[in-house]
Write a protein that binds this ligand. Structure first.
Ligand code: 0RA
Length: 664
């Protein structure tokens, strides 16, 4: 199962845009592999070819090979890819494609085409264009780059009923020529590449199974019915995973929406191809809405995640807005006097995959994950105009649900603006406009000021008395704040607890949040170590993650760590944070006989206890919350608040160890 939210986010580094083919050969076979240069440049500047020599570059080696196998699948020549991490740390990729050509290469008939493909840079069928209409940006440089960066590489080819093998050492030097080892095993055809990365090139050569699995699953989603097996054979880390999705990106959307509450059961789908003489473009879209308030549009070009979007998503969004508005008017759901629905209204709760394949993709943007080809924009727009309109006509129940949801979103958008303006006006009128229950500090310097968000009245009382009034402020909140995953901004803004949070922190909220305006540089959540405390912590983190992301990114959010135990040593009372601290204490003080008090909750601590254990800068320990933790809280929230019991149970079982904000 995919874990939604983060797993599909692939970071693709490095260069993508390749040299354009000069004269595309039309026939397949040896002559379709063109020779450019030897492998030295790759070893001299690995980053140019695989992005980095860190973990990301290391894993790129696998993608280089697998992408070639996927190209075979896209050409309809391969339906099974196996990726294995060997016990000795090498990696093997097996496919049942056509196999790399083995006949003598026209430019140097003393060598096989396969040898050229593995020892010359930029050699590969992909450049010829004659064989592959479309391929991922990095293809073609693929296998030879892997060879250049490996201490050893074994190539096996089954082609034309014969089994061939060849070995390379130390950055791609052939040990001998490609040899014919006799007939292939029953009907076997395809390519097997086994390689051992060069430890003198990479910072580390330890493959991460999780990283590989996540990427392989996405490949399986994007290539319908392609079977991808993964096996880790390393001792103590053994595992097997197998992916095959006959629904392709429809299954992808279903998996992404599974932890949410779908607006309707059906998953929409359409596709189109535009094939001409020397180029081809394909687009595939799958979509469904959920009852949530966030957009989840994920786009891919030639199987590569385009995190920064690009022409394909622009085309889709533009047409989506147009088609839904036109439909809403035609069906009288939107009246003449009504304003058009905005893109953001329609995209609220949308989960969609836009996957395009095209010749010569242009990757642009900061992280080279933005598709630049203008021609794909018009194709996606045109196709969405036609096919989405058709889909709506054929699915009127769903069509009306989508429009109703967008109408609600539009109303909420207007209400949120009014609420924001009201909050702004209120603060303009009432001086600083700070919430009444805020016990502020006297310092006006955010760098030294801290805000403790404290649950419950008695705990707030102790915190007030135990604080440093110059730099420590207390904001008491009562009960559970609203679950922000399930509420729109306007509802959130109507909630008094949320309102006081926003005004106390001072940097506004949502799109308008400005981290340079915050009144405290440390926002410290002070909640009990029990289930309720965890819940509140999770909700607060989710709110910050969703509505004040820069606050989390800037490292301004902390969790206080009130102790769980106290015990008396001589005349002193000492406090121990948790079970581990207690165990360590007992290990180093084996003669300690006094009882341990379990501190029930913040409310039961005296102000000086709270001060000495949790608040005083010299004595406390704080836990700084990073974006991953906040995102996890968010994920936990959306799954635990969701309605799907099955997914909830699975999630808790598989993540019990990670879920530090929960006591399950
Ligand atoms: C060049 C030309 C052809 C296929 C391939 C390369 C190829 C490369 C790899 C790498 C891993 N698996 C692969 N499978 C195929 C076209 C072959 C033909 O014309 O039959």
């Amino acid at each position: 199962m995919v874990r939604p939210c983060r797993d599909f986010v692939q970071k693709i580094e490095g260069m993508r845009n390749l040299l354009e083919p000069k004269e595309p050969p039309r026939e397949y076979g040896a002559e379709s592999i063109r020779i450019l240069e030897g492998l030295d440049p790759v070893r001299l500047r690995p980053g140019m070819y695989i992005g980095s020599t860190g973990a990301s570059g290391l894993h790129h080696l696998i993608w280089e090979i697998v992408d070639n196998s996927v190209d075979e699948a896209m050409a309809g020549e391969c339906d099974h890819i196996q990726v294995t991490i060997l016990p000795d740390g090498g990696c093997r990729v097996i496919d049942n494609g056509r196999g790399i050509p083995t006949d003598p290469h026209p430019s140097d008939p003393s060598k096989s085409a396969a040898e050229i493909a593995l020892t010359k840079l930029h050699a590969g069928g992909k450049f010829g264009g004659g064989g592959y209409q479309v391929s991922g940006g990095l293809h073609g440089v693929g296998v030879s780059v892997v060879n250049a960066l490996s201490v050893r590489l074994e190539l096996e080819i089954d082609r034309g009923g014969r089994h061939y093998a060849m070995e390379f050492r130390d950055g791609g030097s052939p040990v001998g020529p490609l040899v014919d080892l006799g007939p292939s095993k029953r009907g076997r055809r395809g390519t097997t590449v086994t390689f051992w990365p060069d430890a003198s090139i990479f910072e580390e050569i330890d493959f991460q199974a999780q990283r590989i699995v996540e990427r392989l699953e996405i490949m399986a989603f994007l290539n319908r019915s392609l079977l991808i097996d993964f096996e880790d054979q390393r001792s103590g880390r053994e595992q097997k995973k197998s992916f095959r999705y006959d629904g392709g990106i429809i299954d992808f959307v279903r998996a992404l929406n599974a932890p949410k509450d779908a607006l309707f059961k059906k998953i929409g789908y359409f596709e189109a191809k535009d094939i001409s003489e020397d180029s081809s473009q394909e687009v595939e879209v799958a979509f469904q809405w959920n009852t949530g308030y966030y957009e989840g549009l994920h786009s891919f070009a030639n199987g590569i995640s385009t995190d920064e979007g690009g022409t394909h998503t622009e085309g889709f969004k533009k047409s989506l807005t147009l088609v839904i508005n036109r439909y809403a008017r035609a069906k009288g759901l939107l009246k003449e006097k009504d304003e058009n629905l905005k893109g953001e209204d329609i995209q609220e709760g949308l989960t969609a995959i836009v996957s395009v394949r095209l010749t010569n993709p242009q990757f642009e943007g900061q992280t080279k994950t933005k598709l630049g080809n203008p021609s794909i924009r018009s194709l996606v727009e045109k196709v969405t105009n036609e096919k989405l309109a058709e889909w709506l006509e054929e699915n009127p129940k769903e069509g009306s649900a989508i429009v109703q949801k967008a109408l609600q979103a539009a109303r909420a958008r207007v209400a949120a603006r009014q609420a924001r303006e009201l909050t702004r006006r209120k603060s303009a009128l009432g001086g600083a406009g700070l919430p009444g229950k805020l016990i502020d500090c006297t310092s006006r310097r955010p760098e030294e000021s801290e805000l403790f968000i404290v649950e419950g009245n008695s705990a707030s009382g102790s915190a007030r008395d135990g604080r440093d009034p110059r730099t420590q402020a207390i904001l008491p909140i009562r009960g559970k704040i609203l679950n922000v995953e399930r509420a729109r901004l306007d509802k959130m803004l109507a909630n008094v607890e949320i309102q006081s949070l926003i005004t106390a922190i001072g940097g506004n909220v949502g799109d308008e949040f400005d981290v340079t305006k915050i009144r405290y540089h440390k926002i410290i959540i002070l909640a009990d170590a029990d289930v309720d405390g965890s819940h509140i912590r999770t909700l607060l983190l989710t709110f910050f993650f969703r509505q004040m992301k820069a606050l989390v990114e800037g490292g301004h959010v902390y969790a206080a760590q009130p102790p769980l135990y106290s015990t008396v040593v001589g005349k002193d009372k000492i406090y121990l944070k948790d079970e581990v601290a207690k165990r360590l204490f007992l290990e180093s003080n084996p003669n300690h006989k006094n009882e341990f008090q379990r501190l029930k909750g913040l409310g039961e601590m005296d102000w000086d206890e709270l001060k000495n254990t949790t608040m005083d800068r010299q004595l406390r320990t704080l836990l700084q919350v990073n974006v991953e933790q906040a995102a996890l809280a968010d994920e936990v929230c959306s799954i635990l608040m969701g309605d799907d019991v099955e997914i909830r149970r699975n999630f808790i079982q598989t993540h019990a160890k990670d879920v530090r904000f929960l006591d399950v």
